[in-house]
Write a protein that binds this ligand. Structure first.
Ligand code: ADP
Ligand code: MG
Length: 238
């Protein structure tokens, strides 16, 4: 099995606060790694460190056997990392298509190429019929799919999804779960922060649980949700 991503002993400090404490993880080709834990556990910060959006105090990040620890975010993007942000950030005055084009232009300078990719990913996420609508007119479910489309327009080999399903109603959730499942069959490997256990259980090949910056458990979804330490820290006795 090919390891596409390896993060070793990642630590991120904000002043005196250790947001991420000595965390290691690895991701296999075509697999989904779920990252769960209570609010403030350090999940988004770990994402930011791995994708180059937050400075690490210590640690090493390798993708496809290349050490990228000192590479800026845009180089990591070029090497195959794509991500969504927990708070979706569309350019509200741009159309859906234009929003995706902005991402596509990061790796393609020719307008034709960028357009071709953008239309392809809009079709994939089911937003092609909304291409010329302003992104400010989208509902939450469609905004989330736009966020996914922007990440896919980077043609990532490794995709990082930060709570892309939060707040979705059951039909929209089911759609998103199917969509993400389908991505792995196209060879994309995924790291996913998610609170919705249904999604974690259905999608994750492996789960890591963070609490207060520390890794408190890891294993299959079923193993970790039955772990007493995880139940205490996160899930509650219900
Ligand atoms: P999660 O995504 O698991 O909810 P975060 O990674 O957002 O957690 O936050 C982890 C910890 O780091 C929290 O205590 C948070 O307040 C702190 N933190 C996150 N980002 C910053 C920042 N830019 N500056 C200072 N502290 C931060
Ligand atoms: Mg977060």
């Amino acid at each position: 099995m090919q390891i596409v991503l390896k993060a070793e002993n990642i630590t991120v400090k904000f002043g005196g606060v250790i947001a991420v404490n000595n965390i290691s993880l690895s991701l296999e080709h075509g697999k989904i790694l779920g990252l769960i834990g209570p609010n403030g556990a350090g999940k988004s910060t770990l994402f930011n460190a791995i994708t180059g959006f937050a400075p690490m105090s210590a640690g090493k990040v390798t993708i496809f056997d290349e050490d990228i620890t000192s590479q800026p975010a845009y180089i990591r993007t070029r090497l195959g990392m794509g991500r969504t942000f927990q708070t979706e950030r569309p350019y509200e005055e741009l159309t859906v298509l234009e929003n995706v084009l902005v991402a596509a232009f990061l790796n393609h300078s020719k307008k034709n190429d960028a357009e071709k990719i953008s239309l392809k990913v809009l079709e994939k996420v089911g937003l092609l019929d909304r291409a010329n609508q302003l992104s400010s007119d989208l509902n939450l479910a469609r905004l989330r799919r736009l966020e996914l489309a922007k990440a896919l327009a980077l043609e990532p080999k490794i995709l990082f999804l930060d709570e892309i399903m939060a707040g979705l109603n059951p039909p929209a959730l089911k759609e998103m779960i199917n969509l993400i499942q389908g991505l792995t069959s196209t060879g994309i490997s995924i790291v996913m922060v998610e609170h919705i256990m249904e999604a974690i259980i259905q999608l994750s090949d492996h789960v890591i649980v963070l609490a207060s910056g520390n890794k408190i458990a890891e294993g299959s979804a079923i193993d970790v949700i039955n772990d007493s330490q995880v139940i205490d820290a996160y899930l509650g006795t219900d």
